[in-house]
Design a binder for this molecule. Sequence first.
Ligand SMILES: Nc1ncnc2c1ncn2[C@@H]1O[C@H](COP(=O)(O)OP(=O)(O)OP(=O)(O)O)[C@@H](O)[C@H]1O
Ligand SMILES: [Mg+2]
Length: 280
Amino acid sequence: MNASAVISTDNTIRDSGDQSSAAFGHVLAPGVDISHKAILYLDDITVSFDGFKALNKLTLTIDAGELRCIIGPNGAGKTTLMDVITGKTRPDSGSAFFGQTIDLSRYTEAEIAHAGIGRKFQKPTVFESHSAFENLELAMKTDKRARASLLARLTAGERDRIGETLQLIELEAVAGRPAGLLSHGQKQWLEIGMLLMQEPQLLLLDEPVAGMTDAETERTAELFKTLAGTHSLIVVEHDMDFVTRIAKKITVLHEGSVLAEGSMEEVQADPRVVEVYLGR
Ligand SMILES: Nc1ncnc2c1ncn2[C@@H]1O[C@H](COP(=O)(O)OP(=O)(O)OP(=O)(O)O)[C@@H](O)[C@H]1O
Ligand SMILES: [Mg+2]
């Protein structure tokens, strides 16, 4: 492995739209102000595509440390919601705040990622020829100009952080294995680990257990429950067994708006939710 290969790999990340590793500009004050308990405020958000409202006056608040599940039929606007939070899609109207002070409309995708909002897309985008350990190393939140290559020496603290993350995502035993040889579930966990190396405060996970085996799904549920509290999580998922396993509060989205919100028991007992989603 040589340095230029690493740099080009890094550029590939940027080109593929993962802005988190490209965020050099420290324009945001460090830390998000959660003094009022909430970490995310979406207020009256509307997003139109050619007149069609993918989000329609959507209002949603997420508390710091919460694990929120978002469910709803295909086309309800769940992914669009994540696009708005990460700055990929700009709303036509409404406001989105990260903590008390960070108006997300004023920042680029890269700046939002750098401010502490990490997103996991459905398809894992790990570097297949690099080991699990190296993938985490490449994802570490350091100044990429200082870390031009994997050959640069890791500090003891950095090595520990990678070790702790490998333990958390249960990949210690395969840390040296090329990521391309990992199972689908292991790749998904590795990508979650890569997100965690960026030290996000809010994690957005869109259909994280799609394609996983039952055992992998169960372990992912445990991982998310472990992350909640120290992180805030928004999980979009159609797998209701998984949602049941992890859910505290659930938001049901329908036609771009919040249809219902509450515990699993509450939303399951809501006839409107049964009609548009759970009863199908
Ligand atoms: N860039 C776009 N241009 C036009 N229409 C779009 C665009 N993105 C999303 N839409 C439309 O907005 C609606 C909401 O889509 P979205 O992907 O947010 O749904 P979803 O709840 O994530 O659905 P699924 O469960 O199938 O993933 C859909 O009707 C979709 O076709
Ligand atoms: Mg979607």
